[in-house]
Design a protein around this ligand. Structure first.
Ligand code: SF4
Length: 264
């Protein structure tokens, strides 16, 4: 009879074995060497799914959980790790989407692996999530890149499908905790460039600590995705803002002493 060296595990050993995670993530796509999504050169991972339904979403194809690759956090990390030598001092991974907070368990596993591997992490998010999720991920995120949508709650609901209250509360909370925050602000004519909304923006910015604000002129590059999905694009009549208007907002914010990016 053939003999084998079977080493039986004691009850104590069994308790010490960490189970392999069964959490699988839904990844829509990747972008290598992104230069506009956080500090330095970034590997951008687009997570599938989002708790919002913005009327102007340019990644509409990432929301319906229909078109994605399934992978473990470890598999995703191995992909990102291959690019580590290109990140330099500032770069790293940007987790975007969709909105990564839609997959909180997977997000947390992936963030932990990145931190352990010494990879800088930026989380591109609406911050529409629970305090428990925020607390679980925040110590693994180097930069929170948060989209500010609208300060009037009714308009926010009609533009995004959700209230802005939990989002603004989460931002205040993160600011109190000393998180590094970058804001993104889409200049959407008739909505976010109004006198009232810009006043509310300036008031809110006084309440929180942040590093910079990135102005994104509204564009229509993603409209074809809505059409391809057979969905009606509700902002058809809105044209992108003039550069003059965007520069005026930039100047206004710089006058308040803020660092303002205008990359796109
Ligand atoms: S938060 Fe971003 S990804 Fe989600 S619906 Fe809005 S624009 Fe699209």
């Amino acid at each position: 009879m053939k003999t084998t060296n079977i080493v039986k595990m004691s009850v104590k050993d069994k308790k010490n074995v960490r189970p392999v995670s069964k959490v699988r993530g839904m990844i829509h796509s990747f972008e290598t060497f992104g230069a506009l999504d956080g500090p330095g050169l970034r590997f951008v991972v687009f997570f599938e799914g989002c708790p919002l339904r913005c009327a102007y979403c340019h990644n509409r194809d990432m929301l319906d959980l229909k078109d994605y690759m399934e992978m473990s956090a470890k598999e995703l990390y191995e992909k990102v790790k291959d690019y580590k030598e290109y990140f330099g001092k500032q770069g790293g991974v940007t987790i975007s989407g969709g909105d990564p907070v839609f997959q909180p368990k997977f997000l947390l596993e992936f963030l932990k692996l990145c931190k352990k591997g010494g990879i800088h992490t930026t989380l591109d998010t609406s911050l529409m999530t629970s305090r428990a999720v925020l607390d679980s991920v925040r110590k693994y995120v180097d930069v929170f890149m948060i989209s500010l949508k609208h300060f009037d709650d009714d308009i926010h609901k009609s533009l995004t499908g959700v209230s802005n209250k939990p989002i603004l509360e989460n931002i205040r909370y993160l600011s109190d905790k000393g998180a590094k925050i970058w804001f993104r602000y889409v200049v959407l004519p008739g909505y976010t460039d109004t006198r009232a909304n810009l006043k509310a923006l300036r008031e809110f910015l006084k309440e929180v600590k942040f590093e910079l604000i990135d102005l994104l002129p509204y564009h229509t590059y993603g409209v074809y995705k809505w059409k391809k999905l057979g969905l009606k694009y509700g902002l058809d009549k809105i044209k992108p803002p003039t550069m003059r208007k965007v520069l005026k907002i930039k100047k206004m914010l710089e006058k308040e002493g803020y660092k303002v990016l205008l990359n796109s």
